[in-house]
Design a protein around this ligand. Structure first.
Ligand code: ZN
Length: 220
């Protein structure tokens, strides 16, 4: 048995095994995670992610961030200060955001490891296809909670686990850089234990709002 890297439950059991990796499931937060011993070494990750994403992926990221910002702006009717965590938006999209009067900081551990931006607090944080890469999701979650203002939004895009799908045939888990797989129930668990309201969790999109200053539940 292994401990869950998100909620620290110590009774996680083997869920699935293939030729390359073992996956464990947590009965408390419903996270499925790859055994740490099978994870890619840091040097391999650096090599893989040190180059800017291909144009198609850049566009997918822009298609996530720009409409999200429009919607949040409609809700608040004010200029927003946000953080794009984990990936970097292309220059043209950044320009659009600046022209709209918003300010979007960016952090990418490989391309833009700017720790300065992790010392502020934000009206919103967006994470496009980032959560599945979290080797230490508890630490990452604590950081995101800390960086978000009360009332702020957290928008996440990740492929979620489905109760009906066949995990063995799920191509998403074959990418060795993907080490954490979230269920909608995992986000419910996080919301309940961290002072968030879960507004939406379906079709790879999760939207949460930080509703209290309670921050992290020590048990998490
Ligand atoms: Zn857990």
């Amino acid at each position: 048995m292994l401990s869950c890297p998100l909620c620290q439950n110590s009774s996680c059991s083997i869920f699935y095994q293939d030729k390359k990796r073992s996956f464990y499931s947590c009965p408390r937060c419903c996270l499925i995670f790859a055994d740490g011993r099978s994870q890619l070494p840091p040097q391999a990750l650096k090599q893989r992610f040190s180059q800017p994403s291909p144009a198609k992926k850049q566009q997918q990221l822009a298609n996530f961030v720009l409409p999200l910002l429009d919607q949040l702006h409609q809700l608040t009717a004010s200029q927003l200060h946000g953080l794009n965590y984990g990936r970097i938006l292309d220059a043209a999209s950044q320009q659009i955001i600046t022209e709209q009067g918003h300010l979007l900081e960016q952090y990418d551990p490989f391309i833009a490891p700017n720790h300065q931006v992790l010392r502020h607090s934000y009206d919103f944080i967006c994470c496009y296809r980032v959560f599945e890469h979290f080797r230490n999701p508890q630490r990452e979650w604590a950081l995101l909670c800390r960086l978000l203002k009360t009332g702020g939004w957290l928008a996440i895009s990740t492929r979620m686990l489905s109760d009906n799908a066949d995990f063995g045939k799920w191509h998403y888990k074959n990418n060795l850089a993907h080490v954490a797989f979230f269920h909608a129930k995992t986000f419910s668990y996080l919301a309940e234990n961290s002072g968030f309201t879960l507004l939406f969790a379906a079709d790879d999109f999760i939207l949460m709002q930080k509703t209290s200053e309670s921050g992290i539940n020590p048990a998490l």
